[in-house]
Design a protein around this ligand. Structure first.
Ligand SMILES: [Zn+2]
Length: 452
């Protein structure tokens, strides 16, 4: 029996966005990466869309279809059936479409998650939490090249364009991210550091916004979602979680305990005589960039006792390559600047960056590429709209991509910002049927109305 659209909307309105406790994101025995434990977590949008009943909201929870029957992943029975399906390589289907949209099962620690298959985001109903406009974003360009998904395990295999051990070929001059946004090849074979951040942010659905998320997106949640996403990815032959460090929320009363966990997680990147120096990847919010005794340092939020040191030439490259991002950050006091870096750890326990990339976000942690996009995103947040920001990855600038796709209209509504009207006016739009474009030389047109 098909569900009436109004029911789905109602279900969506009641969607669970309350803080929960995630205890299940754990790793195997080698134990180096930070494992969020008892982090208050808002479920991912996919999960919460399909778990309405878990927190006692009235509408029936949407669920996933398996050969064994319909399951809800948050229940013990759901987990047991997912485990069985995982071992048998059965594919759950999302019931948002009559025929069902294939999903995959990711095992993250001890927990089984149902996740969207890459490149199927646009097949989901607009109301479905798994909807993602991959057809009008740069994500599609990565698939099959820099990102390959093993259909059996559901693991994404990421090809990285930067090194994770000193034995590998050095990163390209200027940092791997240098050509990310002005590449003309269009189809990257490897992810730059900044593209890895964009990819994780996108897959963790941190590019999605709905008014119910107001005040709920805090660092503990972001760290947990990034950890979950990394848990379903491998790079250079290893689980990404072994190399990724995302600081847990800092608490003064647990300072020593947190520092001990961090040093433990960083063991892999400590220099050891007779062994190849390994690197780790850090994702954290930048608080300040300051001169240090030698070179400079990134002072990071939630890491008050562990700055990331930058050699002078890296600092120079960073300020040159990411001048626009730093400028956007300076101009937006409410916003955040997210850094992703590869780093090594000295014998004294301090972290030194090898490569750094930066991503400015709004106060809601939504990434934006320029001041116009920021104004647009802010207007949408202020008006209580539901939308997703669209990462470009290495799409050439000649390809028109929307900045945002509204998900609260009858159809996905791409919103485009045209910064250079002299050139882009002449080009064929990437997607036929653009309805909303803001030519920044003129006032911003009024936004398409939300469906009520
Ligand atoms: Zn769906």
């Amino acid at each position: 029996m098909s569900e009436h659209p109004t029911d789905r909307l109602l279900a969506r309105r009641h969607r669970v966005e309350s803080p929960l406790t995630l205890v299940a994101v754990t790793r195997g025995s080698s134990g180096s990466a930070y494992v969020p434990q008892e982090v208050p977590i808002m479920r991912t949008q996919q999960e919460s869309d399909h778990e309405g009943a878990a927190a006692g909201s009235d509408p029936p929870a949407a669920s996933y279809r398996l050969p064994a029957g319909t399951i809800r992943p948050e229940t013990a029975l759901g987990q047991a059936l997912l485990e069985e399906a995982y071992l048998k390589h059965d594919r759950p289907r999302c019931p948002c479409q009559p025929t069902g949209v294939p999903m995959y099962i990711a095992k993250v620690g001890a927990r089984y998650l149902v996740k969207r298959m890459p490149d199927t985001g646009a097949q989901h109903a607009l109301e479905c939490g798994s909807y993602a406009p991959e057809d009008v974003s740069g994500v599609g360009q990565l698939l099959g090249g820099a990102v390959r998904v093993d259909p059996d395990s559901g693991q994404a295999v990421l090809r990285l364009g930067f090194r994770l051990s000193v034995g590998e070929r050095a990163a390209p001059e200027g940092g791997g991210a240098a050509d990310a946004h002005d590449s003309v090849t269009g189809s990257p074979k490897r992810l730059s550091l900044r593209e890895l951040l964009d990819y994780l942010w996108h897959e963790a659905d941190l590019v999605a916004w709905s008014p119910g998320m107001t005040g709920r997106r805090h660092w503990g949640l972001i760290a947990a979602l990034l950890g979950q996403t990394a848990g379903a990815a491998r790079a250079k032959g290893h689980p990404l979680t072994e190399r990724l460090y995302v600081p847990e929320p800092f608490r003064l009363d647990r300072k020593a305990e947190i520092a001990a966990r961090r040093l433990n997680a960083w063991q892999r990147a400590v220099a050891r005589r007779g062994q190849t120096q390994q690197l780790m990847v850090l994702i954290a919010e930048v608080k300040a960039i300051e001169p240090a005794r030698f070179g400079h340092k990134l002072v990071l939020k939630h890491l008050p006792d562990a700055p990331l040191f930058l050699a002078e030439d890296l600092h120079r490259k960073l300020t040159r390559r990411f001048a626009d991002e730093l400028d956007l950050w300076a101009a937006e006091e409410q916003g955040h600047l997210v850094a992703i870096a590869t780093f090594t750890v000295g014998r004294g326990g301090s972290a030194t960056a090898e490569e750094v990339a930066l991503m400015p976000t709004t106060a809601q942690w939504l990434p934006y590429p320029d001041p116009y996009a920021k104004v647009l995103v802010q207007a949408l947040v202020d008006q209580g709209r539901r939308f997703r920001t669209v990462p470009r990855f290495s799409c050439p600038s000649s390809v028109d991509l929307p900045v945002v796709v509204l998900t609260d209209c009858e159809e996905p509504q791409p919103l485009r910002v045209c910064v250079d009207s002299s050139s882009t006016d002449l080009e064929e739009p990437f997607l036929a049927g653009w309805e909303w474009t803001w030519h920044v030389a003129a006032a911003m047109p009024s936004l398409p109305a939300a469906r009520r």
